[in-house]
Design a protein around this ligand. Structure first.
Ligand code: UDP
Ligand code: MG
Length: 315
């Protein structure tokens, strides 16, 4: 492999309804990459946008066909699948992921590149003074804590998508065939020498976040269930504890029945305990359902996304 190819860069950007951000993104991103003096490509995945994003990407491909490739999904499969599709097609040896809404300033790419050149095979950005809603910041801190204690993934900021990967890490992610996944965590699990750098974070240039409260919950469920069986195990442990407690209660009640005779008092306490245990059982069923549902999706083996069109110059 020639020296220039082994240094080639790929930048991967998922795009969902970003028509207001794309022109500014193009204006800021290409100069940064041109200035690096390395060969590069940018792969945009249009994740089923309902606005003019795809037309803008098509025009950009026409303007810079040498370095621009565009994958067009037939519908919306989510940010992580959009990245996955691009990962399947990267040609560079060092791969970057970036959001299209300019929350991750493209000007920070050289910082990540320096860390990769310094020997890391995976470099995650963490957001210095994060510009997100109060709620998002604290929810994210909570989920960071849960993740830290249920998986062995160590990341300062799991939600930051400004990241760099060496090619073998990306190849491993593609080979894993993961469906409901969280790419930064998956990458971490394959990395031999992960590193982190602080990166600037800006407010969304235009528009609002594509993640609703509900989707954030789904995404974080994917993160925990995808990397750990701890929720199931904790639940089993709790169930064993409460089974032991219930058994003691039965012994006490049997004793009182035999030696003190029939009693009707305390029936509401009993109901209280019963309802509590019932709700615990329901949580358990739901939890098992989460894992079974994900197992089902993997076993079914249906294709994860459908590419309608791929714009690239054949060279
Ligand atoms: N995105 C996507 N598909 C989706 C949702 C988001 O490709 O279903 C892209 C979006 O265009 C952006 C990135 O993923 O480039 C991050 O999305 P967003 O800014 O909405 O998330 P947040 O920054 O609020 O976490
Ligand atoms: Mg954003």
């Amino acid at each position: 492999m020639s020296e220039s190819l082994s240094r080639a860069l790929s930048v991967v950007i998922p795009v969902y309804n970003e028509e207001l951000n794309l022109p500014v993104l193009f204006a800021r991103l290409y100069p940064v990459l041109d200035a690096l003096g390395r060969s590069y490509e940018i792969i945009f995945t249009n994740d089923g946008s309902a606005d003019r994003s795809f037309e803008l990407l098509r025009a950009q491909h026409a303007a810079r066909p040498d370095v621009t490739r565009v994958i067009d999904f037939n519908s919306n499969y989510g940010q992580h699948m959009a990245i996955m599709a691009a990962f399947e097609n990267v040609r560079g040896e060092i791969i970057f992921t970036l959001d299209a809404d300019l929350q991750n300033p493209p000007e920070e790419i050289p910082k990540l590149l320096a860390a990769i050149d310094g020997g890391h095979d995976y470099v995650g950005g963490y957001r210095l003074n994060r510009q997100d809603s109060f709620f998002r910041k604290y929810a994210s801190r909570l989920i960071n804590y849960v993740r830290e204690h249920t998986t062995n993934i160590e990341m300062t900021d799991q939600g930051c998508m400004l990241r760099a990967y060496r090619r073998p890490i990306v190849a491993a992610i593609v080979r894993s065939g993961a469906i409901n996944t969280f790419i930064p965590a998956l990458a971490y699990s394959f990395a031999g020498n992960p590193g982190e750098v602080g990166v600037k974070h800006e407010e969304r240039h235009a528009g609002t976040s594509n993640y609703s409260f509900y989707q954030l919950i789904r995404l974080n469920f994917d993160l925990i269930t995808g990397f750990s069986l701890a929720p199931l195990q904790l639940f089993t442990m709790f169930a064993m504890g409460s089974a032991a407690g219930s058994f003691l209660l039965v012994l006490v009640l049997a004793y009182r029945r035999l030696f003190l005779g029939a009693e009707a008092e305390g029936i509401f306490t009993l109901f209280g305990i019963l309802f509590f245990l019932l709700s615990v059982a329901m949580v358990g069923i739901g939890l098992i359902g989460e894992y079974v549902g994900r197992t089902y999706q993997v076993v079914r083996g249906r294709q994860r996304f459908h590419v309608r069109e791929f714009l690239e110059s054949k060279s």
